[in-house]
Design a protein around this ligand. Structure first.
Ligand SMILES: [Zn+2]
Length: 437
């Protein structure tokens, strides 16, 4: 299932051999020393603590070395869970308004994700993608195609335990700079509890990647979107949203000059932070909507990120799920699909089924060397349910939840369809069983 990160160098192996050799010598000396001691046994025991210094090596030194080598090995770990696009259509915020009692600008999204909260509480780190800008109701909330969402949508995610959020999406520019700045202000108000990435107020802020730490494990996230739905990012304000452009009319990453040129920027971003963190994640807003198959661009970017030592690539935007796989020791989730959304329930619920992928990250420090291992990858399918006729009663339900049957009667067959998607590139990829299986 998991793969080990191999950062062990040849030098380390040589050091290891030396330690083994020294321990063996220590044992031999110990035996000789014991024998000598027995032979010279006297009641004053004045030999005690003074090594016989056979072969010119001090016994105490050897014992010290042996002890410190065992002491030096230290293991810590963090668990991480990830979900996809929080896509706040008007029917979703109207439902949240109803749940809050219907008052003007009153919203409560918490009941919508109550089942998710139950699971998220078990994780140290929880990531999601905020697809629509949380510009807040002061700017006037709005629906597709130019979204602006209530900030209470963010409150519910924080309440559920989410503490990492990506903000660079094709909808970031929907309501212009004003909404982006209002959203950044909102996230900054909560910066002690959440790491928000992808949109910035200055070039300086953009280039100073935030590093966070949990259980002694340092992590950071970079975030890029393929574009901003044709709404231009103001000249000189490219820091507002990270755009790694792709031109689907070319549809060939090798011939797409702007796409290739931006790789230099991504490389620079990675190099600026890679040495300072244990875990580097990149959230990619990429791909083509409603397709379960990654595009050539997605595959090219994933390979590029893996080659540049990124640990986890987290994809979103297609609104449907895509496979989860490994490229060498980099975990690549091509698309987590939707989280909360009000898209159509057609095509076997493809837009209502998302992924909640979790991993365990272990850091082992031994003799001054750090090894990071990502394993225990679990992919849980989740379902966003709502009443088809009233476009209300939104609820996100994991397929493993005992209540899933109440929201989706044929959940077992739907589960099988999307389990196959997750495993399309890697048949060993673990998918959490549906309830009752
Ligand atoms: Zn998107």
């Amino acid at each position: 299932m998991g793969k080990k990160r191999k950062r062990r160098t040849k030098k380390q192996v040589v050091v290891k051999l030396w330690i083994v050799l020294l321990i063996l010598i220590a044992l031999v000396i110990g035996t000789i020393y014991g024998t000598v001691k027995l032979m010279n046994h006297n009641d004053n025991n004045n030999n005690n603590g003074v090594s016989s210094n056979l072969l010119g090596i001090s016994m105490e030194k050897l014992q010290e070395t042996k002890a410190s080598n065992t002491q030096e090995e230290k293991t810590t770990s963090v668990s991480l869970v990830m979900v996809g696009d929080n896509l706040i259509h008007s029917s979703v915020y109207k439902d949240a308004n109803r749940l809050a009692g219907g008052g003007k600008n009153q919203y409560d999204f918490k009941p919508i994700i109550e089942y998710i909260k139950e699971e998220v509480k078990d994780y140290d780190l929880a990531y999601y993608n905020q697809e629509t800008v949380l510009g807040g109701s002061e700017l006037g909330v709005s629906d597709y195609p130019t979204f602006n969402s209530p900030q209470e949508a963010g409150d519910a995610m924080l309440d559920a335990g989410f503490n990492i959020v990506s903000l660079a999406t094709n909808h970031t520019m929907d309501r212009g700079e004003k909404a982006i700045l209002a959203s950044i202000e909102y996230w900054k108000k909560h910066e002690d509890e959440v790491l928000a990435v992808g949109t910035y107020t200055s070039e300086e802020e953009r280039n100073k990647v935030q590093i966070r730490e949990k259980n002694g494990i340092k992590y950071a996230m970079l975030n890029y979107t393929y574009g901003t739905n044709g709404i231009a990012v103001p000249k000189g304000k490219e820091y507002l949203v990270n755009v790694w452009p792709t031109d689907l009319s070319i549809n060939d990453p090798s011939k797409d000059k702007d796409y290739q040129a931006y790789k230099e920027q991504v490389k620079k971003d990675i190099e600026a932070v890679r040495g300072d963190v244990d875990v580097l994640m990149v959230a990619m807003h990429w791909g083509v909507e409603y397709t379960h198959t990654p595009t050539k661009y997605q595959e090219d970017s994933a390979k590029f990120l893996a080659d540049n030592d990124v640990d986890i690539v987290i994809g979103a935007h297609p609104h449907v799920i895509q496979p989860v796989t490994w490229i060498d020791d980099t975990l690549v989730i091509y698309s987590l699909g939707n989280f909360v959304s009000a898209q159509l329930q057609d095509q076997n619920y493809n837009k209502m089924v998302g992924l909640m992928t979790s991993v365990n990250i272990t850091k082992t420090v031994k003799n001054g060397k750090t090894e990071i291992k990502i394993d225990d990858v679990k992919n849980e399918l989740i379902f966003t349910s709502y009443n088809k006729s009233s476009w209300s009663n939104f609820k996100v339900v994991p397929f493993s939840n005992e209540n899933i049957g109440k929201y989706l009667s044929n959940y077992k067959s739907v589960y099988e369809t999307y389990k196959a998607v997750v495993q399309k590139m890697d048949s060993d990829m673990y998918v959490v069983p549906a309830y009752g299986d």
